[in-house]
Design a protein around this ligand. Structure first.
Ligand SMILES: *Cc1c(COP(=O)(O)O)cnc(C)c1O
Length: 406
């Protein structure tokens, strides 16, 4: 066992508090709800699951909510439920977390990307339309398109939805960042402009269940297969049996599913957190406003919020104006050395080694690549203390000055 030197307090006291780009906020009330479940009859497959799902459906005004053990599992079975398989094609944005693309590979399908609009970081609907026109000619249209609501700001879903009618593809919204965000005054996740929406409840996201996710849809057939896919492909409802029920012990496995279930412990935490979602969004938007006011004369750009979009502000993303790639890298080093947890959302997915091995390379999606050489996310979370927020702002200005003097 490694022994700590009892006389060396230096490291402990010198260490500055690290301010991450995002973190969970768990209240006493949340903890009480979790403890209640630990003392109850069901830790999994109990009533807390239904209760959380109903709360989400009611909040979003959608018909069905299906809880899962991660956003990634949600994307996977969303693709499955829409019939994605070998030989099919899925398109998404290169500026996203790898899970938005990996879900296609899980199904044996191919992935391709559509470049972003550099001012919003979101999938460019102009590029999407151009690519669809070409794909129609070559007979390689996508079966599914996954728009990603980066940082909680909705993509142009009206445009994407109308393209989906013309070119006959399905839409899964990756709303991992966007619980509480709005598009034309409606909450993201009500599936007005998509078949399916997927949320993540990882601790940095809008609300958390530790690990976890939620799938929403208004289509009863999709809902039925999603419920089945999350639990081994099994149904317990005799009304849906393919064969006559041999007895009360019976259930049927009708397709190949997974164990992607959320536990009741997680559902109780999620439901408790959901009660505060409006406050959470308000607080995050307030923090964004302070950054915008305090950094207004700096050589940076905040991501543009389009008209009729109200971001949940999962992330506060800025881009350095007129700086070199090497200076962007240096800026990260300066801020990290000051214990400010700035992060890049995201390094383009097509440039990850796994995707390079599939043939992707630099230069294919130039906006996403340029974006990654200038963007960074600043700390934002509901209980970010004012003192820490102003420390970030101060260090941000000092570090930018240092860059300029280099
Ligand atoms: C977090 C995230 C996911 C995956 O969610 P998990 O719950 O971590 O599996 C997918 N897409 C995006 C854009 C995300 O940020």
């Amino acid at each position: 066992m490694r022994k700590l030197n009892p006389f060396n307090f230096n490291n402990f006291f010198k260490k500055e508090k690290y301010i991450p780009y995002g973190r969970q906020h768990v209240t006493r009330g949340d903890i009480k709800e979790v403890i209640n479940i630990l003392r109850s009859d069901f830790l999994t497959q109990g009533p807390a699951i239904n209760s959380f799902e109903e709360a989400i459906s009611k909040y979003l005004n959608c018909k069905y909510s299906i809880s899962v053990n991660s956003g990634t599992s949600g994307l996977h079975i969303a693709c499955k439920a829409l019939g994605l398989r070998k030989g099919d094609l899925l398109w998404t944005s290169p500026t996203t977390f790898v899970a938005s693309a990996n879900c296609a590979k899980y199904c044996g399908a191919e992935v391709d990307f559509v470049d972003i609009d550099i001012d919003t970081g979101l999938i460019s609907t102009i590029k999407l339309e151009e690519k669809l026109k070409l794909a129609e000619k070559s007979g390689r249209l996508p079966k599914i398109v996954i728009p990603v609501h980066l940082g909680g700001a909705s993509c142009d879903m009206k445009k994407i939805f109308s393209l989906s009618k013309k070119y006959n593809f399905k839409i899964i919204e990756d709303a991992s960042h966007a619980l509480g965000g709005k598009f034309f005054n409606q909450l993201i996740g009500n599936c007005t402009y998509s078949q399916i929406t997927v949320f993540s409840f990882h601790p940095v996201k809008m609300i958390t269940t530790g690990e976890g996710g939620m799938i929403t849809t208004n289509d009863p057939k999709l809902a039925k297969s999603l419920y089945q896919l999350r639990s081994h492909g099994i149904t317990k409802d005799p009304n849906f049996f393919e064969r006559e029920s041999p007895g009360l012990w019976s259930y049927e496995q009708q397709l190949l599913g997974y164990n992607y279930r959320m536990t009741d412990i997680q559902a109780a935490l999620g439901k408790s957190q959901l009660r505060r979602i409006d406050q959470i969004v308000k607080k995050r938007r307030k923090i964004l406003q302070i950054y915008q006011d305090e950094l207004s004369n700096q050589p940076i750009l905040f991501l543009k919020e389009q008209e009729n979009v109200k971001s949940s502000v999962h992330l506060v993303i800025v881009r350095l104006k007129d700086f070199k790639k090497s200076q962007h890298k240096k800026f990260f080093e300066l801020l990290r050395s000051e214990s400010i947890g700035v992060q890049l959302h995201y390094m383009p997915v097509h440039l990850q080694p796994f995707y390079r091995k599939l043939g992707f390379h630099e230069g294919q999606f130039p906006n996403s690549e340029m974006y990654a050489e200038s963007a960074l996310s600043l700390p934002v979370y509901p209980n970010l203390q004012n003192k820490d927020l102003y420390k970030v702002i101060n260090k941000f200005k000092c570090s930018l000055k240092k860059l300029n003097n280099d």
